[in-house]
Design a protein around this ligand. Structure first.
Ligand code: AMP
Ligand code: ZN
Length: 142
């Protein structure tokens, strides 16, 4: 079995706060210290980074990112949303399994990222995720 932490999350061996799952992608909440609670969009089949994505994975990541971003907008109406990812250690990548970060932004954030509030406690993540899941469900009915 792979040592990759995101592969373990995808396999359900490490618990995570899930927002969306489909055939190719899983979206869940980051529990890191810097801006906990923003959504990571990952591919279910391990790919080290952007360069390793195949065409199907690339399309699936874009679709999931757009859908989840719209549900975040519905739920929280942030002033903006940054989508970013790192490739390689020098760019700040720490987990080497492809993921995009969806980070809602507030008008007064400046360069600092604060989502959904500054330093949300971990026990709030399920509540934040629930609102995003509700938005996704509503949109898939529409
Ligand atoms: P990066 O540093 O861009 O590679 O992003 C990796 C992200 O994964 C960081 O923001 C970490 O906080 C996050 N992360 C690491 N381990 C976990 C985990 N077990 N559950 C959720 N997020 C994690
Ligand atoms: Zn992996």
């Amino acid at each position: 079995m792979s040592d990759c932490v995101f592969c373990k999350i995808i396999a359900g061996q490490i618990p995570s706060t899930r927002v969306h799952e489909d055939e190719h992608t899983l979206a869940f909440m980051d529990i890191g210290q810097v801006n906990p609670g923003h959504v990571l969009v990952t591919v279910k089949k391990h790919a080290d980074n952007l360069y390793a994505l195949d065409e199907v994975q690339a399309a699936a990541v874009a679709r999931t990112s757009v859908r989840v971003a719209r549900a975040i907008r519905d739920a929280y109406a942030p002033a903006g949303l940054s989508v970013y990812q790192a490739n390689g250690q020098a760019a700040g990548q720490t987990v080497f399994h492809y993921h995009a970060h969806l980070v809602p932004r507030h008008a007064d954030d400046g360069m600092a990222l604060s989502w959904p509030v500054k330093n949300p406690p971990r026990e709030k993540l399920e509540e934040y995720a629930g609102k995003i899941r509700a938005g996704l469900a509503k949109r898939s009915l529409a």
